[in-house]
Write a protein that binds this ligand. Structure first.
Ligand code: AHM
Ligand code: MG
Length: 326
């Protein structure tokens, strides 16, 4: 007897039918899947085709753009436009909001290739996305939504081939890519209660630049947990979701070169922090910034806004909230 695994699309169709929803979201998710598979293909052959270097331009954040960033962004914009369901997008790779289809139903916030320091090595990166729905009743407020108002958020770890997605109030699920490039075999993700497997994840080379409160907490607690850091949020958060623990990207405050300080943190709220925070809450965890605010409750005032981030097991997130309150 042949064995057929449930695909992501089977899973989603069932979910949409159960909740008596329209098919628009399926069409949008089909475009997201097409994008991910295409990025997967370009990235797998990236070294071979000489696509892992610089593109020769600088992005809105003042960082060098990689050729792969451009390819991945073009891929996602193409599929999202073609599906006809997206009003406009915020992409890490575009300074401004990109208008796609004024009659669309959704806003998509994405980073098509996150974890740029891994790109020249062809090591894992992430395609991260969050989706909000247009205000169907009353006036449209356009883009600047809180993560709490997203209807779903997800990430592909590329080229590893895992896809994790959370649907609002319906949980967080992980899929694996199969031989014919379908994402299959949903597993419901719940952060483990037992601290035995918990891990800490942060860039230790920045340790000396963190606030005193954060440095003290690390000194007092790091020996209790294993430590892992890949340098690509999707990969690092993937581990936290499975093993529990805490991923953090604190404020950079005491850098010897003051131009490199980042009092608001490095990660972007709308398409990095919110994406993992949304998945984490659906898996029973939490996410806050250094003001002790829930990441998902922050109303952005600009679309490339940065934030500090502490995401993972509830107990550790609450411990950090106390640290910032004290
Ligand atoms: P990017 O958008 O330039 O790729 O930066 C985002 C990445 C995250 O994936 C990762 O968590 C973090 O930046 C790593 O930063 P660092 O290299 O400073 O540790
Ligand atoms: Mg990024």
């Amino acid at each position: 007897m042949l064995h057929f695994e449930q695909t992501f699309m089977d899973f989603l169709i069932e979910h949409q039918e159960r909740h008596k929803r329209t098919y628009h979201f399926l069409i949008l998710m089909n475009a997201i899947l097409n994008s991910a598979k295409r990025i997967q293909y370009y990235y797998l052959t990236g070294a071979l085709r000489g696509n892992l270097g610089l593109a020769g331009s600088v992005n809105v954040q003042g960082e060098d753009v990689m050729r792969m960033d451009e390819i991945a962004n073009e891929v996602v914009l193409h599929y999202l436009k073609k599906c006809g369901r997206v009003i406009s997008v915020v992409s890490e790779e575009n300074d401004d909001i990109v208008m796609l289809n004024p009659d669309g139903r959704y806003f998509v916030y994405f980073d098509p290739m996150d974890g740029s320091s891994n790109v020249p090595h062809n090591l894992p990166i992430g395609f991260l996305f969050g989706i909000a729905k247009r205000n169907l009743e009353g006036e449209e407020d356009m883009h600047l939504r809180k993560g709490r108002d997203y209807i779903c958020a997800g990430m592909f770890v590329i080229p590893t081939g895992t896809f994790t997605i959370a649907l609002k109030n319906s949980g967080c699920f992980r899929f694996h890519i199969d031989e014919v490039m379908n994402y299959v075999k949903p597993t419901k993700m719940t952060l483990p209660d037992s601290p035995k497997t918990w891990e800490l994840s942060f860039n230790p080379s920045n340790w000396h630049t963190y606030s005193e409160k954060v440095r003290n907490w690390i000194e007092q607690n790091e020996a209790k947990y294993a430590f892992r850091y890949l340098g690509a949020l999707a990969g690092d958060f993937h581990r936290i979701l499975t093993n529990g623990g805490l991923f953090m990207y604190p404020a950079i405050l005491n850098h010897p070169d003051p131009k490199k300080n980042r009092p608001e943190g490095k990660l972007r709220l709308m398409y990095e922090a919110n994406v993992v925070a949304f998945m984490c809450e659906e898996a029973g965890g939490g996410a806050i910034n250094e003001r002790g605010e829930n990441i998902l409750d922050i109303l952005p005032s600009k679309h490339h806004q940065r934030t500090t981030l502490y995401v993972g097991s509830k107990k550790l997130v609450e411990e950090m909230r106390e640290v910032f309150r004290s």
